[in-house]
Design a protein around this ligand. Structure first.
Ligand code: URA
Length: 210
């Protein structure tokens, strides 16, 4: 992927995102829409995967036909909201290896602190897709990418539903080699670090918590 930021402008993505933003959208609909959009974002993020030919027999004749090359992909979810995006992507890439990164924000320093990290092995040989619906300040995304890089990942993409200009700039500064795929670049952040206009707290809306 040559660009640092790709905003997927497909009408299906845009339409479903508008439904997700509406405050009256139910938890069940929010989850379903997120899964549907994640399939479309997965299609975009995997567009440049390398293929290699293998010999197969069709019912009519043997042919050389393309399949994905290299080790299985790795999907890394930033807990907890990342899981909603991950579930949809997994439907398209069911053999992917899965990792989780858990971070909380220290109330004093406001910096992300790791509380959980379990990543697949051989990340250096895999394409690694890190997912979090909201790229807001970028602090937790940058920290998660630090962790996957420390574990060896080199070929990394970041997929989110919404991005803020502040988050994109922070990611570009810290991880210029990691392309970002998103469904929308929103206006900015409010004083609490929420994306505006955004959709509220993605985790709460997805899991029905407050
Ligand atoms: N996390 C969310 O869930 N929503 C935002 O707007 C920002 C961060």
């Amino acid at each position: 992927m040559s660009q640092h930021l790709t905003v997927v402008k497909h009408p299906l993505v845009t339409h479903k995102l508008t439904l997700m933003r509406k405050s009256e959208t139910s938890t069940a609909s929010f989850r379903r829409l997120l899964r549907e959009i994640s399939l479309l974002l997965a299609y975009e993020v995997t567009r440049d995967l390398e293929l290699t030919n293998i010999r197969i027999d069709t019912p009519l004749k043997p042919i050389d036909a393309p399949v994905l090359e290299g080790k299985k992909l790795a999907l890394v979810s930033i807990l907890r909201a990342g899981n909603g995006l991950m579930d949809g992507i997994l439907e398209l890439i069911p053999a992917a290896r899965i990792g989780f990164v858990g971070l909380y924000r220290d109330p004093e320093t406001l910096q992300p602190v790791e509380y959980y990290c379990k990543l697949p092995n051989l990340l250096e040989e895999r394409m690694t897709i890190v997912v979090d619906p909201m790229l807001a300040t970028g602090n937790s995304s940058v920290a998660a990418l630090d962790l996957v890089k420390r574990k060896g990942a080199k070929n990394i993409c970041f997929v989110c539903l919404l991005a803020s200009p502040e988050g994109v700039a922070r990611m570009k500064e810290a991880h210029p080699d990691v392309p970002i795929v998103t469904a929308s670049l929103d206006e900015g952040l409010d004083e609490h670090g929420y994306i505006v206009p955004g959709l509220g707290d993605a985790g709460d809306r997805m899991f029905g918590t407050k």
